[in-house]
Design a protein around this ligand. Structure first.
Ligand code: SAM
Length: 553
């Protein structure tokens, strides 16, 4: 059984029930234009001022809207000042033809018989489908709507039989369960292609053909972290405590994730993309919350993290290498999974033969099954040819800088291939664990060092690293690298840069800045974009991780 929309079925999604106001036309404020500026030039200047922030979610969607309507149509609407004149009323029901998918995984549809060029963003619909939807918000040349019905499905793409979650179609977590896994991977490749087209500011000739997305070995049951949440009891409900004493969930209580298109929580009993141990632990926690809900005065965001059991033996082994007869006990202890719910507890995870510990509340990649392929891919990108090949690099890199290193995932897994490794990370807590993880994996302290600080500070500390034999690995948060970091990267100019990113749009922007800044430099000093490839860390969702390889030529 699934709640996902079916042909001819009325699918009630909740967003349109909310009183979401229409987005107001922004006021055009700002500096005066140059003297003698033409009307047309003024309009264009004002148009630029109005545009969403570069690489923001709105900006990514805006580029998709332009692609559907065409730049000429968009320019004309803006010149005529009608870009916010939606043809739709709040809650109007409309029939639409889906033309493409946005990078967020939502469909972009065109109204049938519209008075003017317009687009509508609708979740869970697919290109080629005819749908019915209800408008709940208007914006610049596009509206947002809830999906009501798929009038004509696209059987080439849609297979509702693939859906494994009863909440799919209502929960905001997944977008793609009705698609084959190959289709999901192809769509993610398209997102990477679009990101480089829209945000790198590079000519086509500077961007290599985007490589096929590498899939996750697990496509369900892979998420090692889940954070369901719930609200505190409303005042009126606090007076009536009788129901929960019997363990029955009151109607107003929802423990779970956001409903699609809203900030409202929907009640979710299990999540099939999470690892089984998390779902097992979640059920009794839910029961306990329901029984004790009136003791909560604030809403809570829960944490569930898959961990290998850390025994006292294993703990002491983390500071001193284990004696050989302890190894077996340690190995078997490592294979027992537990679920951690305390933000401050230590999580233990294996990536291949490497062991990592980190604070449950801090960052670690959320899909363990893909981490060996990902780290191996990065290794092979750094050392492109096998050591037996006659063409192999006669002077391979010897030094690695891992910027934004977290608990040391890349620094540690890549350490056997380098003489010296240096990592930097803003979170002092993660650095404490990175240092501990180096010890845990028997990496000598004189080979690998981690320091807490802003990523840009690493360049001051690696003055001894020969740039022509150094690899810089970057894995920043969604906002990408700041200007200070990029300027120092350019000054350092090491031979290879591997840019891993959870936001391909900011990655494309930063890569564009780096390539443009070096395009007129002497041979050996210019960065080229050697390859870009998506990695699927989050199957069933629209999210794509991206790995870009830059090399000096
Ligand atoms: C996407 S995570 C990558 C972590 C690590 N590479 C991994 O794969 O586990 C980004 C990391 O950057 C850190 N970070 C955020 N801003 C930073 C900054 N300005 N300088 C250094 N690290 C930063 C975050 O704390 C986070 O651990």
């Amino acid at each position: 059984m699934t709640d996902s929309p079916k042909v001819g079925q009325v699918h009630t999604l909740p967003a349109s029930e909310l009183e979401l106001p229409a987005i107001k036309k922004p006021r055009l404020v700002g500096k005066k234009g140059p003297k003698g500026e033409s009307k047309r030039a003024k309009k264009r200047r004002e148009k630029q001022k109005d545009l969403p922030e570069l690489c923001s979610t709105e900006d990514v969607l805006w580029r998709d809207v332009i692609a559907v309507l065409g730049q000429d149509v968009v320019d004309k609407a803006i010149d005529e000042g009608v870009e916010f004149d939606s043809p739709f009323e709040y809650h109007q029901e409309v029939e639409l033809e889906v033309s493409s998918l946005c990078s967020s995984g939502d469909a972009l549809a065109v109204p049938l018989n519209a008075k003017r060029p317009w687009t509508v963003v609708v979740p869970f619909a697919l290109p080629g489908e005819r749908i019915r939807a209800r408008i709940y918000r208007n914006a610049r040349l596009h509206s947002f709507a809830d999906l009501l019905e798929i009038v004509t499905p696209n059987p080439e793409l849609r297979d509702d039989g693939l859906v494994q979650c009863k909440y799919f179609g209502s929960c905001a977590g997944c977008q793609y369960q009705m698609l084959s896994y190959d289709t999901q991977l192809n769509l993610k490749k398209d997102v990477v292609v679009k990101a480089y087209k829209n945000f790198s500011n590079l000519p086509e000739s500077s961007v290599p053909a985007i490589l096929p997305t590498i899939g996750s070995p697990l496509q369900y049951g892979y998420r090692t972290k889940l954070t369901p949440h719930f609200e505190a009891p409303p005042k009126a409900a606090r007076k009536d405590k009788s129901i929960t004493e019997e363990g029955v969930r009151p109607d107003w209580l929802s423990i779970g994730f956001n409903k699609v298109g809203t900030f409202k929580t929907m009640d979710i009993e299990d999540c099939p993309i999470a690892v089984p141990i998390i779902n097992k632990a979640y059920a009794p926690v839910r029961e306990d919350i329901i029984k004790n809900i009136y003791t909560y005065s604030k809403g809570v965001s829960l944490l569930f993290r898959d961990s290998l059991e850390v025994t006292s033996d294993a703990k002491s082994a983390s500071s001193t290498p284990p004696a050989s007869d302890e190894v077996e006990a340690l190995t078997s202890a490592l294979d027992k999974h537990v679920c951690i719910t305390d933000q401050k507890a230590t999580v233990r995870e294996k990536v291949g033969d490497w062991v990592f510990e980190y604070n449950a509340g801090s960052f670690f990649q959320n899909n363990n099954s893909v981490l060996v392929p990902l780290t191996n891919y990065v290794r092979d990108a750094i050392f492109p040819l096998s050591s037996t090949s006659i063409d192999s690099d006669p002077s391979p890199p010897t030094h690695l800088v891992d910027a934004y290193c977290g608990a040391g995932l890349f620094a540690i897994t890549l350490s056997p291939h380098f003489k010296t490794v240096a990592g930097i990370e803003l979170s002092a807590d993660s650095i404490k664990f990175a240092t501990r993880n180096a010890k845990l994996n028997d990496i000598p302290a004189d080979k690998i060092t981690f320091r807490a600080g802003d990523a840009a500070a690493i360049f001051k500390t690696v003055g001894e690293f020969p740039p022509e034999k150094t690899v810089l690995l970057i894995d920043p948060p969604r906002k990408g690298c700041d200007d200070k970091f990029i300027q120092q990267l350019l000054a350092f100019r090491c031979k290879t840069v591997i840019y891993v990113s959870c936001n391909v749009h900011t990655q494309a922007r930063d890569v564009g800045v780096i390539l443009k800044a070096t395009e007129n430099d002497d041979p050996g000093k210019k960065y080229v974009l050697e390859s870009v490839r998506g990695f699927d860390l989050f199957p069933q969702t629209a999210h794509v991780e991206s790995v870009a390889v830059l090399r000096l030529v």
